[in-house]
Design a protein around this ligand. Sequence first.
Ligand code: TXD
Length: 311
Amino acid sequence: MNKISIIGAGMTGATTAHWLAEREIADLVLVDVVEGMPQGKGLDMLEAMPIVGKDVTIVGANDYAATAGSDIVIVTAGLARKPGMSRDDLLKVNAEIVGKAITESLKYSPEAIFIILTNPLDTMAYLAMKIGKLPRERVIGQAGILDSARMRAFVALETGVSVENINCYVLGGHGDEMVPLTRHSNIAGIPLRNYLPADKLEAIVARTRKGGGEIVNLLKTGSAYYAPAAACAQMAEAILKDKKLIVPCAVHMQGEYGLKDMFFGVPVMLGRKGLEKVIEYELDADEKAEFEKSAASVRETHEALKSLVML
Ligand code: TXD
């Protein structure tokens, strides 16, 4: 059986385990610093397996020994911003948490592929690759699948068409400057721009960009977790099953789209090696300008990280 470890057994971590257990593709380990919590959630989920008929084990732990030999490590550990904390404060705290998650995981699973979820996403993925001295194939940030799924859900609500027929591509950094590519998005092959009036499409793009904030405002005590976790599970399955699935993910740019040495959301092919290919879309002038704006904002956070941590 394959093995997946999830570092951080909070809302996204535990929900990722839930989606993964239903897929019956790997034994699961949940790691968290809170004593008893990952063990309790793991045991509870394990006890659900006879009901849903899935033969996987799920265990919780407070240290990394239980993660030994993982094929994939999913990092969701970290804090969200609290009142009085600047983004740089959050960056520092989460850099320490993610840094430790990577070095500890690598001691026990030197070949693992890492899926990063912790915010600020693009920069935490960058840190993971640098701290772990990992090849870019083995560090993939989750953001684009979620942002694209939000757009797909809104298009489905507007049109009444099955979500399965709706293809949307949201690229760029995981922030308000993300780039929903309406020109490349379609409903069963029909360009979205031909299917929906411009004002409706604009409203969907705007709602997608603020999709994370919409949920934070409703929940008040935390951020989204069902959809982000479903995205992590899809990535893990694509890797373990060597599916060659093309989805938008944050990966280390090495000249593609004119970007270098930074993480950015672009379409990639996922397979057993992790990141197997970066797909380059042709962009028009407007799209290029939006890419550049989003890239500038990601670069700024990368620079803030570099001023805090020696990489
Ligand atoms: O699309 C995306 N990339 C995102 C990112 C979508 C949703 C959430 N996103 C980010 O993921 C969010 O901004 C946070 O930075 C992380 C985790 O979000 P989550 O909603 O799961 O937060 P929780 O419920 O607070 O869980 C975090 C857990 C919590 O149980 C802590 O005890 C644990 O992380 N934690 C640690 N675990 C292991 N090791 C260390 N050092 C540690 N520190 C905290």
